[in-house]
Ligand binder design. Sequence first.
Ligand SMILES: Nc1ncnc2c1ncn2[C@@H]1O[C@H](COP(=O)(O)OP(=O)(O)O)[C@@H](O)[C@H]1O
Ligand SMILES: Cc1cn([C@H]2C[C@H](O)[C@@H](COP(=O)(O)OP(=O)(O)O)O2)c(=O)[nH]c1=O
Length: 208
Amino acid sequence: MTARFISLEGGEGVGKSTQARRLADALRARGLDVLLTREPGGSPGAEAIRRLLLEGDANRWSPSAEALLFAAARADHVAKTIDPAVAAGRWVICDRFLDSSRAYQGAAGGIGDAAILGLHQVGSGGRLPDRTLVLALGDADAAARADARDAGCPDRIGGREQGFHTRVAAAFRDFARQEPDRVRLVDASGDEAQVTDRLLAALADLLP
Ligand SMILES: Nc1ncnc2c1ncn2[C@@H]1O[C@H](COP(=O)(O)OP(=O)(O)O)[C@@H](O)[C@H]1O
Ligand SMILES: Cc1cn([C@H]2C[C@H](O)[C@@H](COP(=O)(O)OP(=O)(O)O)O2)c(=O)[nH]c1=O
């Protein structure tokens, strides 16, 4: 049985971290060996870069420096964590991956998709997930979930203006239209169990 690399994507508060855990549990219940990981982070070096990216002043990094730091963190995460796990036959569930850089830095941040893909080629050999599940939720519902979790104190990037987050959400929808084999939009409304069932349905062709 081929091990698979699955990423979960979407804007702030749509339920990615909740669903990454639930999906990992559901796959383990089917007898699969699953590694749950996240970005930015997922390896010691990338976790150190995560702190540089998410803490501090809103203008701490220029848009291009920020894109380079995400790409550097991803290069370490792919080389040290993701690729070895898949090579060992483990399924990898990753909470955010390349498409977050394409949406946040590339589309909403103005760096452009070609530049983000170029950095990913240099850093991670262009490594793509076997399937990317984008959780889609209306802006108001997502903001309410994120506010309930963050109690009004979002991180450096989560705290950007609503227009930025609207562009992020539109970019994720574009990726699903452009790459329908890899990227699937999944309705994130309703209770947690309903969403997990939708995610499993969107993976059905890959599951043993
Ligand atoms: N289906 C759901 N219905 C209601 N609340 C949810 C649901 N899924 C997650 N939440 C809650 O919404 C908040 C954001 O969820 P989280 O998984 O942290 O989102 P993300 O990782 O996408 O930012 C958390 O407080 C979580 O408990
Ligand atoms: C992986 C990645 C994340 N990000 C942003 C999205 C989030 O605001 C932040 C990660 O924070 P995190 O707390 O992990 O995500 P969430 O808020 O969805 O629970 O970093 C990028 O801008 N580019 C990227 O490539």
